[in-house]
Write a protein that binds this ligand. Structure first.
Ligand code: GLU
Ligand code: ZN
Length: 488
């Protein structure tokens, strides 16, 4: 098996958690790096919880991030079908093989009997394991149970004597398990549907997966899967279990661990850029060789390797994500950010469905002016009020205090006069004009910029003053200066 073949195998039972999309990304990165094949397999054997809508969600989020797959649902391929619900007869065939080899057996125990068994085990301070009571049923006994209409599950027959199982994990090194901690686990349920551990082994083999890359939460399943690989005479693939992702409070990342958002869709909806998300997700458990953390996807692929994946948990640091995303927002093409910002501004009632050319030009200028303050695009609605709404001082006493400082009346009057005669309201021209006016005045920068900013925006800080004036235009700028002067 020389070709690298990896898969992302999500269950379509809900939104994609950050941890799962990180798994998708690391598989994709590894396939890119090794020029291998990336497969999307849908694990929908939980028929009650799996839906076609959630499968769509998975595909859409992957497409949004640019995680394209070479084989799988939608893409097709030689080794499909790639949806487990369409492979039931395949699993049946392999279940038959195990039965024929006497490595599996039918178990007729009822849920009540199993409950009782677990209860007994607990009372005796033992691990709640299946005790193997159906393992050696005779054909006659089985027939009798079948005749009674009892339903059966198929269980895997663990080796009789203790066996050491060593998972040679590419991230964690050799991890040893004893077969003693396992029991004769179920491989096919009474309705004929395979369990996760069984289906995954059959599929990983038939789809010729070379590297199983998945979350650490599956490490405890791996010994079971290794036993099944061996029982079926399948070659065991390489394993790489990715470190857990912890939330701010160092518990497993979840709504409860302090993060507001744990699904990739939530970040998309807030206006995080896909390239920022990819950059951030790639750092959850992997570190580039040098310090630089802002990396293009090509740079990440170039440096990526499973050997470099950390075996200690990764901490989801939303501030770092915001910092990264802010960088990408500032660097992105302006029209892209305008397009992303438009729905939020519409929703908040700042702009209409249809914009005139002038309105669009103003919008571009506004977005360009405030994008430096954004962690994610949805925040834009908190920064544009000064451009769209009638200016109201939140604290009139404070405004008066600022404007009544010595010489501020002169500042505002002089500025008003000169802006009144100014014709070119481009940012550059306004900047030049501001500098010229300040030079003429008997005050320093402190008594100039702050009062003027407050007069024009009602805020102590914000976008560059010349940008504000340029966007407001002459009429509105003069009106606001007048308003401030009327308080003196
Ligand atoms: N369907 C499993 C999950 O979503 C896949 C685990 C695996 O990659 O083996 O967790
Ligand atoms: Zn049984």
């Amino acid at each position: 098996m020389s070709e690298t073949r990896v898969r992302f195998a999500p269950s379509p039972t809900g939104q994609i958690h950050i941890g799962n999309i990180r798994t998708a990304l690391f598989n994709w990165l590894y396939a890119k790096k090794e020029e291998g094949t990336f497969i999307l397999r849908i694990e929908d054997t939980d028929q009650k919880r799996s839906t076609a809508e959630f499968e769509e969600v998975i595909k859409q989020e992957m497409e949004w991030l640019g995680l394209d797959w070479d084989e799988g649902v939608q893409a097709g391929g030689e080794l499909g079908p790639y949806r487990q619900s369409e492979r039931i007869d395949i699993y049946e065939e392999y279940a038959e093989k195990l039965l024929a080899k006497d490595l599996a057996y039918y178990c007729y125990c009822t849920p009540e009997e199993l409950d009782e068994m677990r209860k007994q085990a607990r009372e005796n301070d033992q691990a709640p394991k299946y005790d193997g009571r159906c393992r050696d049923l005779s054909a006659v006994e089985r027939e009798k149970l079948e005749a009674e209409g009892k339903e059966a599950v198929l269980r895997f027959k663990l080796p009789k004597s203790e066996k050491k199982i060593v998972v040679e994990d590419l991230v964690h090194g050799n991890v040893e398990f004893s077969s003693e901690v396992l029991d004769d686990f179920v491989i096919v349920k009474s309705d004929g549907i395979p369990t996760y551990n069984f289906a995954v082994v059959v599929d990983d083999h038939l789809m010729e997966i070379s590297h199983v890359i998945r979350g650490e939460d599956h490490l405890s399943n791996t010994p079971k899967q290794m036993l099944l690989f061996e029982a079926l005479d399948f070659e065991v693939p390489n394993f790489a279990h990715l470190p857990m992702i912890l939330g701010a409070d160092r518990s497993k990342l979840s709504k409860r661990s302090g993060e507001d958002y744990v699904y990739i869709s939530e970040y998309r909806k807030q206006g995080y850029l896909p390239e920022a998300m990819l950059n951030f997700l790639s750092l959850l458990g992997w570190s580039p060789a040098d310090e630089e953390e802002i990396l293009s996807i090509e740079e990440i692929i170039g440096q990526f390797g499973l050997q470099e994946v950390n075996n200690s948990p990764a901490v989801f640091d939303v501030e770092k994500l915001n910092w990264l995303n802010g960088n990408y927002i500032r660097e992105a093409k302006l029209d892209r950010i305008v397009e992303l910002a438009t729905p939020y501004l519409r929703e908040a009632g700042y702009i209409e469905e249809e914009l005139t050319e002038q309105e669009y030009a103003d919008l571009e200028q506004i977005v360009d002016t405030v994008r430096g303050s954004l962690d994610y695009v949805a925040q834009i609605t908190e920064h544009v009020d000064i451009f769209f709404n009638e200016l109201e001082y939140e604290d009139v006493d404070k405004a008066e205090e600022i404007f009544k400082q010595e010489d501020v009346d002169l500042v505002l009057e002089t500025l008003k006069d000169s802006l009144d005669t100014l014709e070119d309201y481009s940012s550059e021209a306004v900047l030049e004009e501001l500098r010229a006016v300040l030079k003429e005045l008997p005050v320093g920068g402190r008594l100039f910029y702050h009062p003027v900013r407050y007069a024009l925006s009602g805020q102590d800080s914000g976008p560059e003053l010349y940008n504000i004036i340029s966007i407001l235009g002459k009429e509105e700028t003069l009106r606001r200066l007048d308003k401030a002067l009327s308080l003196i």
